[in-house]
Design a protein around this ligand. Structure first.
Ligand code: PRT
Ligand code: ZN
Length: 193
């Protein structure tokens, strides 16, 4: 049998907790370093280090068997993978936020406004469910500065402590989803971890 392949984030907020989780399963390995592929020392397992956004594709296409990824990324990509279990780390929320002094006070005030986000699919689905028509401004990063530069009237972004919102004079209006790290697997796999 081939080695079981497990993909985790190479650098970032999921990385060290993902490694700790694999260790807790009894998988022994030398941590990342410069290698993108690391063989376990005690089990027929290979760990593949990737950008987090790429992990769902690798799992969906069966190139790797398992992966660890945030529910936020998984929902945005609508990947056809199976969620094995929630892992309880990298918790955050996807929140609509507006400037402190905004006249937007409720969801219906978003009608016709511009919302900056890196999560357009989750946002549009939510707005549709609320019957709200708003313009999505797609940004790859630094979403929170868009209102102060008048690029958007609101943002839809990840929030953990709320510090970044406060630093940018933004306040939460509505939490659309909660997220945490999950273990995913290829849906055609006949066994689980
Ligand atoms: O390089 P790569 O593509 O692998 O990493 P990345 O830069 O895309 O992701 P990374 O490492 O920043 O985040 C990976 C995952 O961690 C996310 O997809 C979430 O599932 C989870 N996570 C948990 C978070 C946060 N908390 C978080 N606070 N991801 C991002 N943030 C950012 C947020 O975007 C905002 O800018 O932190 C800021 C807000 O934090 P607070 O504490 O100020 O509210
Ligand atoms: Zn990423």
């Amino acid at each position: 049998m081939n080695n079981i392949r497990i993909a985790i984030q190479s650098k970032g907020r999921l990385a060290s907790s993902s490694e700790e989780y694999l260790s807790s399963l009894g998988i022994e390995f030398e941590s990342n370093g410069r290698n993108y592929r690391v063989n376990s020392k005690n089990l027929p397992v290979e760990i593949i280090y990737l950008r987090d956004d790429d992990i769902p594709e690798y799992v969906e296409f069966g190139v790797v068997d398992f992966g660890i990824i945030g529910e936020n990324v998984l929902n945005e990509k609508r990947s056809k993978v199976r969620i094995v279990r929630k892992l309880g780390f990298s918790k955050c929320s996807l929140v609509i936020a507006v400037p402190e002094d905004s006249s937007i006070r409720s969801l219906k005030d978003l009608e016709g406004e511009r919302i900056a986000t890196s999560y357009p699919k989750i946002l549009r689905k939510f707005l549709r469910s609320q019957g709200i028509h708003a313009v999505t401004v797609l940004l790859k990063g630094s979403v929170e500065i868009a209102p102060s530069l008048c690029l958007a009237d609101a943002v839809f972004d990840l929030v953990q402590s709320g510090e970044t919102l406060r630093e940018n004079n933004l306040k939460p209006l509505f939490t659309v989803m909660e997220s945490q790290a999950v273990l995913i697997q290829n849906p055609f796999l006949s066994f689980s971890l």
